[in-house]
Design a protein around this ligand. Sequence first.
Ligand code: ADP
Ligand code: MG
Length: 292
Amino acid sequence: ATPTSIMVGSGRAAELGVLFRRGDALQSLRDIGIVAFDKTGTLTSGAPAVTDFEPASGLDANEVLALVAAVEARSEHPIATAIVEAARERNLVLQPVDGFEAVPGRGVAGSVGGRTVLVGSQRWLEEHGIDTSDLAARAGALGEAARTPLLAAIDGRVAALIGVADPIKPSAAAAIAALKASGLEVAMITGDNRRTAEAIAKTLGIDRVEAEILPDGKAEAVKRLAAGGRKVAFVGDGINDAPALASADAGIAIGTGTDIAIESADVVLMSGDPLGVARAIGLSKATMRNIG
Ligand code: ADP
Ligand code: MG
């Protein structure tokens, strides 16, 4: 590829809202065999809402939600924002929190008015020795319905099941269909619950799912996908997507995402539209073909 032809490709790319940050990105995109997407904020809006709140039997829903939201008010996770919003809608008063702790990919903990509160994945509660069997079956059902199930515990006992749903972006299914139509394999890498991730992948026609991946495990997940010998593009938006963006054969950042993701990527899609991925790959093929 000559510098001039790459600039031509990049000019067309700019019109399509695709920014090539590295000179060799057109080549690496052309050779991609697998496109792996982050889920939250990339295929989904990244702004989830609480859809379900079921207290354990005998507990008052508002009382439990107030305790849970008090702890989540200290977290910046989108799930935390959704839970705090749900408490605000019910006009609940959130008390101060002591000993707040957040573990990425797991959940949060804190003490509210002398009561110990945990919120997060089923695994997060089980790691604290909490028996989740009362609500586990319903958590599974929420996952099947493409909602993220969270559990809360108060003073060592499971206290609520919370369902959170993050709407799929309108063009996500079309983007995946376009990639598959051009012979690419499509995968999803997410920290979310396995059932939830698989339900969303099924809706979108995604063949391979790496779920319950801890934030520092996404780059490794990209390597697992690459082990079959095909070149992998990773598409993501978050802080914890940066290592995977840097280690993929082509890193594609969503322009509405975090600065760290953008700085780690080879290609940036100026809008949050996942269709940009198919456009960028199509453009790289056309440009590289023209210049031989
Ligand atoms: P994603 O890849 O979907 O952005 P994360 O790695 O951020 O996922 O989180 C994975 C899981 O960790 C969430 O689905 C949730 O179960 C749990 N989790 C993380 N942070 C929180 C929080 N602040 N409150 C409740 N659960 C959390
Ligand atoms: Mg994300």
